[in-house]
Design a protein around this ligand. Sequence first.
Ligand code: NAD
Length: 474
Amino acid sequence: MTETYGNLINGEWIKDGETFDVFNKYTNEPIAKICKADEALTKKAIDNAYETFKNERLSVIERHDILMKAVELFRKHKEEIAQIICAEAGKTIRDARTEVERGIQTFIASAEEAKRICGQGMPIQAMPGNDEKMAFSIREPIGVVCAITPFNFPFNLTAHKIAPAIAAGNTVVLKPAEKTPITAIKMGEILLEAGLPKGFLNIVNGFGHEIGPILTSDERIAMYTFTGSPAVGKLIKNSTGIRPVTLELGNNSPNIIHHDVKDLDRAVELVVTKGFGNSGQACIAVQRVYVHEDIYEEVLEKAKQIAENLKVGDPSLEETDVGPMIGLEEAKRTENWVKEAVEQGAEIVVGGKREGSLFHPTILKNVTEEMKVMCEEVFAPVISIVPYNDIDEVFQKVNDSKFGLQAGIFTSDIHVAMKAAKELEFGGININDVSTFRADILPYGGVKDSGFGKEGPRSAIEEMTVEKVITMHI
Ligand code: NAD
């Protein structure tokens, strides 16, 4: 018998009404039943978060201590959480463990940031006639934060929303991805056990197109924090009026390996493993790889060898490097995109094979910028390796994208590195690292269709608080 999970309203898990199944993404067996939040229950969650915010506040020390207690409990349950991620997201067990460790660090950083929330002193006397005045600001919690999360990092990306929201003193309504809700439910259970009072976190489960409009149209929600696809990001932005939204969306992550790269083996290893990790289902997974023509053949050969040696299959096995994609439809979509690229002249260097929802790590060459595998977000274990000879031209190609989340460049020429830092139109540039690198404490977020607003505990707290300016005539 599979376990049934409820919705969290006012500190109680409500288990009634219609349910939907969550499947093991490798075996396709149902592993849990999740109660769907209907309109009435979703409204109840918002009522409760709203009333709680109006009537109760946690002190900074309380917020810090609850988050740190949760850290202690996450550590105690970390293998259990990793196994859940592995089953419901199809993530390899090794990557699932890494995700839990990262999520724990996100909680710790948020707890620490809770103690640093402050406004600023302001030099009002710089304006004529204000010598008798002083000015400063304070930062206050924004109110009810609605967090909507994707399937691909169900622990760490949920942590990136919930932990700063609590640290900032807000109440939260969380809508986890319907394909991977169990991890978020466990996070909710642990936060309650850590002492988070009822009402500070409500969790509503269900399908985005059903619950989404109820959440986005309710004016009692003060702010939305969304991670997911650009299409849904646009819907959310268009339906939330003048209320603030942070959108963490997609990318077709470019990476450049210049001829003067210091450690070619490291660069190729990173490009390949970070293109295929989590089956390429990361917004900053390596996708477009531009390699200087002097080292192109060598890179292609090394990349092929690494890809051929990756173990594809059951994500619960320690030795597996690449597990299934999130579902059969996504794997078939990937197969079609690769087929289409091949029809348009691309060549498969390695991979290209689908077995159910497993898509084998695939490297393409002879691609053009117009192919979907290049210009759209592939979000699958498919990378394309493209030769170049002129760095300015390649910068143009890298920028000629509707996305702008992160990019990577490998070079030992400081001028090329700084030119990339200045000219590439992305939210983050990783020099001598791949686009996939992210340290969870740093500001993180994109430009163009990759979204706007920043995450990372400190930045997220800024987004989730309001700066109030105080002046005083002395
Ligand atoms: P998705 O957009 O399909 O779903 C994300 C969430 O939005 C889910 O909880 C879903 O139920 C909900 N949703 C769907 N329709 C909705 C609606 N009409 N109103 C409100 N909510 C709705 O994305 P996904 O498939 O879960 O995740 C993959 C996408 O997420 C990729 O594009 C990827 O690049 C992006 N992503 C971005 C980042 C980042 O930090 N920039 C990180 C991870 C994933």
